[in-house]
Design a protein around this ligand. Structure first.
Ligand SMILES: NC(=O)c1ccc[n+]([C@@H]2O[C@H](COP(=O)([O-])OP(=O)(O)OC[C@H]3O[C@@H](n4cnc5c(N)ncnc54)[C@H](OP(=O)(O)O)[C@@H]3O)[C@@H](O)[C@H]2O)c1
Length: 279
């Protein structure tokens, strides 16, 4: 069985199978009540890693998590992201890694999440218009000021990761990755070599690829669901993988967390490994 825990940055212990909060509806009404219930159920079921971002509802997702879970239980890590902004005029989103923008977003995240320090702060995207040293230097300053602790990156190449590691300690990387989408295998390998947490986004929603029948066949043989097979594959693929599947439904949340107990045999794993090439 794959290890169930990982120490982010070498010291912050979390359960590897986490929860992505992006899909939780935040508008007032029944949907919001369900969102609050899903977030609370995640923690009740032992989730200690929840992923959010300023971009998810422009702060509304962070506020929802605080409403659902504050005061936070010991050991719960809510990690957020900064670096993406919305234009006041067009409403469109864009990257802004300028020091003042990053600093402002971190200050706002502290208020919305109702914490004095963000234990893991991720740069949502590297802004190509701002020198990397300025972006990461700002996060390092915020770290020295005690406002954030560990720093993570998102959607980076191996080269960008190397460059960033020359400036800061990188605790985590969040790139799109799943059983059928292995584009960032080399980034995962670099993370594994350095003991950096790799949080694959889109871990279960791989879209239509033609490989569904084979995943469903493996799932049926194991008495599991295809989503559980995808998560069990991720957990077994590398010990630094911390999947953050997102759902707005309690039944799906429970199904996803139960994937931790699913053991894939070597022949099953071989069959699943072969799918990426044909997807
Ligand atoms: N860093 C980045 O750039 C980035 C980008 C995107 C997302 N993220 C983060 O990664 C997290 C996960 O990524 P994601 O939301 O794109 O993809 P995902 O978690 O792979 O897929 C979420 C979708 O899968 C469905 N789903 C979840 N569990 C299911 C189950 N057991 N059975 C059937 N359907 C299921 C959900 O619908 P239901 O609600 O109906 O269950 C939802 O539509 C997000 O929540 C967010 O925190 C990061």
């Amino acid at each position: 069985m794959a290890p169930t825990m990982f120490r982010i940055g070498g010291d912050l212990g979390v359960r590897r199978l986490g929860f992505g909060a992006m899909h939780l509806p935040t508008e007032p009404g029944t949907a919001r009540e369900t969102s609050l219930a899903v977030a609370r159920r995640a923690v009740e079921l032992g989730v200690t890693l929840i992923d959010t971002a300023y971009m998810y509802g422009w702060g509304a997702n962070e506020e929802l998590l605080a409403e659902a879970l504050h005061p936070y239980p010991d050991g719960l890590l809510i990690t957020t992201k900064v670096g993406i902004v919305r234009s006041e005029s067009s409403g469109e989103w864009g990257l802004d890694g300028r020091p003042a923008a990053l600093r402002a977003q971190v200050e706002q995240a502290l208020r919305r999440l109702r914490v004095e320090r963000i234990e893991l702060l991720q740069l949502h995207r590297i802004d190509p218009e701002t020198p990397l040293a300025d972006q990461l230097g700002t996060l390092r300053d915020l770290q020295r000021e005690g406002k954030i602790d560990r720093i993570g990156l998102s959607e980076v190449t191996v080269g960008e990761l190397d460059q960033a590691r020359g400036i800061i300690d990188v605790a985590s990387v969040q790139n799109r990755y799943n059983l059928l989408d292995r584009e960032h295998e080399s980034v995962l390998a670099a993370c594994e070599a350095a003991g950096i947490a790799f949080l694959p986004w889109r871990p279960v929603a791989w879209g239509n690829s033609g490989a569904e029948a084979e995943i469903a066949a493996v799932a049926a043989e194991l008495g599991a669901t295809p989503t559980q097979v995808a998560l069990a594959w991720l957990l077994g693929h590398s010990p630094v993988i911390l999947p953050i599947p997102g759902t707005a439904r309690t039944d799906h949340l429970e199904e996803n967390l139960a994937a931790e107990g699913l053991a894939l045999s070597l022949p099953h794993r071989d069959r699943l490994d072969r799918l990426a090439a044909s997807a």
